[in-house]
Design a protein around this ligand. Structure first.
Ligand code: MBD
Ligand code: FE
Length: 303
């Protein structure tokens, strides 16, 4: 008797289709965005080797394995299921989707632990699509974008202060986000290198202004291993529309965060569990009559 358990193949889809927007001329694929995210992460990690503490590795790995053993016993996991898991795990690596998998289903708890002692602004996960070195502007920035960049124009402004309310002139507010079709530059084909990525250095009052466009919800690629898991488990593949930010100032703790739009889809059921009530924006029509504007202030803890 042979029984084989495999995760079902899923239809190929593309991000952004929920909003009825069009994909770029060259189709985005899980393999291409996964490969880019994996390469970028490995480059970063080569520079950062910290020696392992034997006792800690022992404790963390032993307890993780014990949790897995417990699930196997409680659910009487079969060899067919064990082999399905093996082939899925192998395929996640071949698809380059380990950064995506870990950041969607694990990072939020690492962030919770890392930032539990902060007094200032709330953080949330970084996700797999940050790229350092985006263009920088003084006081007011317009993020690099295409002529006629689709999406509602958004003016995002605020101040950066200490926990005591003192302004932090020279603070750096770095933003990156998906376009109105749900695609990130450098991870989807056909977009300019720094599209919708940039940084602004706050003025003498700690103030900053960033002109951009509102992003679309993000759909986890459906044609890779993470997509197959989502389909097999009967989950949905969506993150709510979000702006990613890193805010920093000399002598202060850098905060990595995201901001979301009140009432927009999937703020209540983010697949990456990264929404917090402190991270909601409610933009209003811009004073100038063009698009929306919103104010959000950042508070940085002392380093
Ligand atoms: C994203 O855009 C993201 O922010 C996270 C955390 C995971 C996948 C895609
Ligand atoms: Fe994102």
């Amino acid at each position: 008797m042979t029984t084989e358990t495999t995760l079902p193949e899923t239809e190929t889809g593309s991000p952004g289709t929920e909003a009825g927007t069009e994909a770029p001329a060259t189709v985005a694929s899980a393999a291409a965005s996964g490969a880019a995210a994996t390469e970028r992460f490995r480059d970063k990690q080569r520079a950062a080797h910290s020696p392992a503490d034997t006792a800690r590795v022992d404790a963390l790995v032993s307890e993780t394995l014990a949790a897995v053993h417990d699930v196997i016993r409680r659910h009487k996991v079969t060899y067919a299921e064990y082999d399905a898991l093996k082939s899925w795990l192998i395929q996640v690596g071949l698809d380059g989707e380990w950064p995506l998998f870990l950041d969607v289903w694990v990072e939020h708890v690492v962030e919770e632990v890392a930032n539990e002692d902060r007094q200032g602004s709330k953080g949330t996960i970084e996700g797999p699509y940050y790229v350092p070195g985006s263009p920088s502007f003084d006081g007011t920035a317009t993020l690099p974008m295409r002529d006629g960049e689709p999406g509602v124009p958004l003016l995002f402004q605020g101040t950066v202060t200490t926990v005591d309310g003192a302004p932090l002139p020279g603070a750096r507010v770095e933003m990156w986000h998906a376009d109105a079709a749900g695609f990130y530059s450098q991870y989807a084909p056909g977009l300019p290198e720094w599209n919708l990525r940039g940084a602004v250095v706050a003025d003498e009052k700690g103030g900053f202004r960033i002109h951009t466009v509102e992003p679309a919800p993000y759909q986890i690629p459906t044609d890779g291993s993470c997509g197959r898991l989502i389909a097999a488990a009967g989950w949905h593949a969506w993150r709510p529309a979000h702006l990613h930010l890193k805010v920093s100032a000399p002598g202060h703790r850098l905060i990595t965060t995201q901001l979301y739009f009140q009432g927009s889809s999937h703020v209540e059921d983010d697949i990456a569990s990264a929404v917090k009530p402190e991270l909601m924006l409610a933009p209003s029509p811009a004073a100038g009559g063009h698009g929306n504007e919103v104010t959000y202030d950042f508070v940085l803890d002392r380093a």
